[in-house]
Design a protein around this ligand. Sequence first.
Ligand code: ADP
Ligand code: ASP
Ligand code: MG
Length: 479
Amino acid sequence: MKDLLVMKFGGTSMGSAERIRVAAELVAQERKTRPVLVVVSAMSKVTDMLLDTLRHAEAGDQAGLEANLQKLRERHVQTCNDLLPPERREPALAGIERLLADFERIAGGIRLLGERPPRSVDEALAVGERLAALLMATYLDSSGISAKDVNAAGVIVTDAVFGNANPQMAPTRKKAHERLVPLLKAGITPIVTGFNGATTDGRPTTLGRGGSDFSASILAAALDAAELWIWTDVDGIMTADPRLVPDAAVLHEVSYNEAAELAYNGAKVLHPRTLAPLVAKQIPVWSKNSFAPEKPGTRIVPKVEVSWGPRAVTSLANVALISIEPLSPELNVTQAMGRALDALGRVNAEVLALSSSSYRQSLCFLLRKEELERALAALESALSLELAHGYLRPLDVNEDVGLLAVVGEGMRGTPGLAGRIFTAISRENINIIAIAQGSSELTISIVVHKDGLEKAVRAVHQECRMGEMARQAASRRLP
Ligand code: ADP
Ligand code: ASP
Ligand code: MG
């Protein structure tokens, strides 16, 4: 659908009756001139609460489970009563109870089992988004804009990597055309749950934490949308996380590559995989603030024409560095590295940065902490002979690290930049543990001790005058 606008609202933009009203108004305005498809996240903190409830269930803590359920019920019932006119409340309240009963059934199963099968967790977590979609659809409908809540489990088809599933675009496109296009053609605005999907044989999955952005881009690509607007709680993509760097400024235009690198390296404002489905069709994306909708936000486009050097700095805590060090010259290091990376790939552990030295040929790579246990087990098994015979030193794991990434299209071929960045970090007495730069020269990744991470982010932001440059460019309307 060539004129379709996909709008995604994040957790804070759906966080209360008042916020849902504002979101609905933004939908209503656009709906006047073109078809709109809405993707919603669960209300803020609800996914965390659902997860916490499942942990109580796993531990056999019935009282904890019930206390959490009560809080979830109160939050949604309160929102429903504040949001809807009296005559629309009863069916919506019944819908809330049905969804909570679904969740309770799964949590009950987990309590009996004493463990949390990933598939059940995914089915249970999707209840947060289903509740939010129900509230938004009923409110829009009650305000005279035909709308219908849609569970993405019936639309987005994924593989079976529970908790971090990958979309399968061909069957998703087919289902999106079967289930969503008829609604759009009938003038009904679909309110689709973010975050979740299902395998071809109907097993429920989720797309990873923060995955509603990704849901929206999958649907935008599947339906050939004209644009995707991602509504959040900051003014757009900024030169740094404003919670860490008060001087951070909005970048009014960034390239797909820049946005993807920023997201991948920890800028929570976008889910790391959001841009991938949009690249082939070059669908433009806007990141906008639902708390200040009049502000222009950030436009994410296939290419930016001019771009100054480093434009933004991001960081990732909760990472660990694994080092592999050969001890024997007899070892074929290239083969060992190949097997190590293959082992990580097989257990779906993502290598965030990789660096190797030429003389000793030691290799280190950075992983997310939550993937560490399975990554280590896979590495130890793949390299068991080398480790047993002392060809390799026992694997070294450093969990006291953080990743800082400096990103910008204009960094390509700018001499002296790395030196300035390293000097700025050293000036703060922060030790640089490892460095990686891909051949695209778009990003320099630096591993530092975790205690110095936030300070290093501020030092680099200031040294590269990122805030200032972004403000100047905005006033001159340069990218
Ligand atoms: P939503 O619930 O709308 O998806 P998120 O909490 O996932 O919102 O993402 C928005 C948050 O991302 C912001 O509140 C901000 O603190 C954080 N953030 C991190 N890095 C950046 C950045 N470079 N630019 C803007 N926001 C950032
Ligand atoms: N509600 C999900 C989460 O908290 C997905 C999202 O917000 O994008 O991770
Ligand atoms: Mg998010």
